[in-house]
Design a protein around this ligand. Sequence first.
Ligand SMILES: C[S@@+](CC[C@H](N)C(=O)[O-])C[C@H]1O[C@@H](n2cnc3c(N)ncnc32)[C@H](O)[C@@H]1O
Length: 402
Amino acid sequence: MSPDYQLYFSRLCQGLYKQREFWQANAFREPNLSWQAENQALSTALLSLDEEGLAQLENDVASLAKYLSPYISDLDELLSIAGYIETCPAKLPELANEMRFFPSHIPGRKWQQIRYFHQAAPAKAERLVDWCCGKGHLGRFLALTESCQVLGLEWDQSLVDAGNELANSLTAGELSIVPCDVLDAAAGEWLAAGDHIFALHACGDLHRRMLQLAGQQQLAAVSFAPCCYQKISADQHSFLSSAAEKTELALRRQDLHTIVQETVTAPKAVQNKRILLQQWRLGFDALQRDIRGIDAYFSTPSLPQSSLQLGFEGFCRLLADKRQLLLPAEVDWKHYQALGLKRFNDARRLDLARLVFRRSLELAVVLDQLLYLQDNGFAVELLQFCPKHLSPRNLLINAWRD
Ligand SMILES: C[S@@+](CC[C@H](N)C(=O)[O-])C[C@H]1O[C@@H](n2cnc3c(N)ncnc32)[C@H](O)[C@@H]1O
């Protein structure tokens, strides 16, 4: 029996709408979150987490869900929907002997993603299109394995040239990459009725554009793994499917950003610098609230890690200068630096109540896209195409005309 995607979507919308106070509140922007007053037990529990407990919850989604479920009603039910999404086989088929040199130009994790993507998305047309293809690694692999014609669309001329150069070595199939801005009104002219579009990790507006064209043109199929949902020109997310017409759920661009927020896995030295930057920004935030006499977030441009050389005072002076904020002659810099550190430690803990909703928010966005394709006459399926350690953006929609 095929999964009831519409039911999953409506449950997600209801659950997320009900619990919106938790995922809309960003502890790195606001020192006091609206949910804290009514959820004091949760607030106290999070704020008293020691470093070890905090690190474990930050790095393990299942532990985080278990920890938070006694405090947030219906959380278990909401999170259980992710468990209904089919997972592709963890093992890849053996690679044919003649293919052993194929991945030499492809970064390791990208190569694995391509292989999993290919395993999960069977080609359903004579001509395939690699949407926002970069150097066309996916397209080249498809051309070779399917012995077919592939068109790559990419706007960066240097990637187009490098990709076409690599495609010259193909011993079967054909890949031709053309320079094309897929957001341009004329982009649809590159597509032909009966094409199957593949899009691996095309960001926000880029995959939304593909969906729009899929709704307008007689394509045979689309297979895509969305990423960077927040990369959209609009401030507000717009749902696409008819099922979404009934929902009260509304997502801002910053909520889309929440979806892709991962625990940082950079080297320790880089991580420490990032942490210090965040602490100083929060120290500046405390200072600006006092100076302006307005207890509200004040957006400031991001500064590079090299700005740490300025020291906390110099860093704050630079930010104040950038936002034309006049600083008083006397500032207790030590006080604000200490406040920044305290706010950072609290924010990391309180933010867990937002981060636990990441996958649910992602599924709401992706299921709406799937239902939109269904509205437009496609048969659809949603899969997790690769293990999370290869890419956290591992959801894949296959849509085809029966
Ligand atoms: C995240 S990369 C994915 C590349 C490739 N699909 C992969 O998985 O390796 C997104 C690609 O989209 C391209 N791109 C960005 N904006 C574009 C646009 N408006 N039209 C066409 N390509 C675009 C970028 O240059 C980049 O190669």
